[in-house]
Ligand binder design. Structure first.
Ligand SMILES: *[C@@H]1O[C@H](CO)[C@@H](O)[C@H](O)[C@H]1NC(C)=O
Ligand SMILES: *[C@@H]1O[C@H](CO)[C@@H](O)[C@H](O)[C@H]1NC(C)=O
Length: 184
């Protein structure tokens, strides 16, 4: 599943400056070289937000009792399956655990606070943490990766979300994720 692109990052501060102030003092600034190996992995999977039916993977845990504009404040806890393919029956590769909340009074923009806990292949047992804004009506939404655990320790990067199916009656959604994660 995840194709791994490893590359070496050489961060080079190659400033070499000399400041002279007459004969009184001379200041040298020497360049330093930091060598650091970073790995970047591209992950591709599908997120199933199941709101309806007998076995929903979501639970509304907070929010205003009555309808407000765009249900502002509604907060939903999730334990959504992440699968290799778009079909719900496709191989499980992880779960999206956390919550989302409607954080805008003007449109359908969510605050996403979730961990992707991976359960397949090399990354089984590793996770990444996402914290970002998700304007769900946009074609592609970008959300920052703010950290990770296991192989993804000290992760950073971004996740791109693209809804491929949304049922307006039930609220069920299937979202394609392309995740670019960089870690040491
Ligand atoms: C919610 O709506 C009902 C019916 O419209 C109303 O009686 C009630 O006062 C509302 N509650 C709040 C907290 O606004
Ligand atoms: C993932 O790791 C758990 C715990 O070590 C193990 O029980 C499970 O079989 C692993 N799953 C896969 C698909 O390798």
């Amino acid at each position: 599943m995840p194709s791994s692109i490893s590359y070496t990052l050489f961060t080079i501060f190659s400033t070499l400056l000399t400041t002279s102030n007459g004969a009184f003092c001379e200041k040298y600034t020497e360049g330093i070289v930091i060598k650091r190996f970073e790995k970047t992995t591209h992950l591709h999977f599908y997120f199933h937000d199941i709101v309806s039916g007998k076995n929903p993977t979501t639970a509304r845990i907070a929010g205003p009792p009555n309808g407000t504009a765009y249900s502002f404040g509604s907060t939903v806890m999730i334990d959504d399956p992440l699968t290799e393919g778009p079909e719900p029956t496709s191989k499980l590769v992880g779960r999206a655990q956390g919550m989302y909340a409607i954080a805008s009074q003007r449109d359908a923009s969510l605050l996403m606070v979730m961990n992707f806990a991976f359960m397949e292949g090399t990354y089984n047992g590793s996770s990444i943490s996402i914290l970002g804004r998700n304007p769900v009506m946009d074609d592609v939404r970008e959300m920052p990766i703010v950290g990770g655990s296991g192989l993804f320790r000290s992760a950073h990067g971004y996740a791109l979300a693209h809804t491929i199916a949304f049922d307006f009656k039930t609220g069920d959604a299937i979202v394609e994720y392309n995740v670019h994660v960089t870690y040491y």
